[in-house]
Design a protein around this ligand. Structure first.
Ligand code: DGL
Length: 259
């Protein structure tokens, strides 16, 4: 019961999911792994992401994780089935919120911002086929955005230029619902909203994932802990620590793990 819930992402995008998890399950212990050494996943081959997903899951389970949260749409798209097959622990993964977006739209046009790899996946195609119905879904790949958010900061000129490039076409196409299909993008939610018309709904998946984790662990009577948080990275821990402080708003220790 007092084992941690493990959360991982290619970098620090998954902290947006961790934030929702901590606010829903404040008594739980969490361990967060940022695979920063290999950020971004979004432009990498599927086989690479599959190997990373399985290796990270094995390492987190070996360190006592009672559940795994794949806080990365790209890793889910490439590797969710393989990750699930590789462990007996509950695995909660996330994917772009096409289904809720399709029920929210009034204009009949939904935009999805995500990585190239997520949008090119068979899983995403299935998601659209199953849930979009007559709604027009505009997939907008955002190469470079997750990386720029993390390395240059959400308020950097590079991020502003990329948001101009990626969000403007969705506004012009008349999307009244925009899905944040990458866990890095909630860090630039305000910048995205500023490029859309005032009534446009922005949908992110952090809270839905937190509810799902709660349901899964409640079902297995596995909730409980001391509210502790441990952070680790495959990249440079000092650099990651600085970025965490900027994004999370508080300095937190970051360990170096070689996985
Ligand atoms: N945060 C990740 C996602 O949700 C991916 C960012 C990346 O590594 O390209 O898709």
């Amino acid at each position: 019961m007092t084992q941690p819930i493990a959360v991982f992402d290619s970098g620090l995008g998954g902290l947006t999911v961790l934030r929702a998890l901590r606010s829903r399950l404040p008594q739980e212990d969490f361990v967060y792994f940022a695979d920063t050494r290999y950020l971004p996943y979004g432009d990498r081959p599927e086989s690479f992401i599959q190997a990373r997903g399985q290796a990270i899951t094995a390492a987190l389970v070996a360190r006592g994780a009672k559940a795994i949260v794949v806080a990365c749409n790209t890793a889910t798209a490439a590797a969710a089935e393989l990750i699930r097959a590789s462990t007996l622990r509950p695995v909660v993964a996330l994917e772009p919120a096409v289904k809720p977006a399709a029920s929210l739209t009034r204009s009949g046009v939904v935009g999805v911002l995500a990585t190239t790899r997520t949008l090119a996946s068979a899983r995403f195609q299935r998601l659209v086929q199953t849930h979009a119905g007559t709604v027009r879904v505009i997939p907008q790949a955002c190469p470079g955005l997750a990386d720029a958010i993390e390395t240059q900061g959400p308020d950097s000129p590079r991020v502003a230029a990329l948001l101009d490039e990626y969000v403007t076409p969705l506004a012009q196409a008349g999307a009244d619902v925009v899905v944040l299909g990458c866990t890095h993008y909630p860090w630039v939610r305000a910048g995205i909203a500023a490029r859309l018309a005032p009534g446009v709904t922005i949908v992110d998946t952090g809270e839905a994932v937190a509810r799902q984790v709660e349901r899964r662990l409640q079902g297995e009577s596995h909730l409980g802990g001391h509210g502790q948080l441990q952070l680790a990275t495959s990249g440079n821990p000092l650099q990651v620590r600085e970025t965490v402080a900027r994004l999370w708003g508080a300095p937190l220790p970051v360990e170096s793990w070689s996985i």
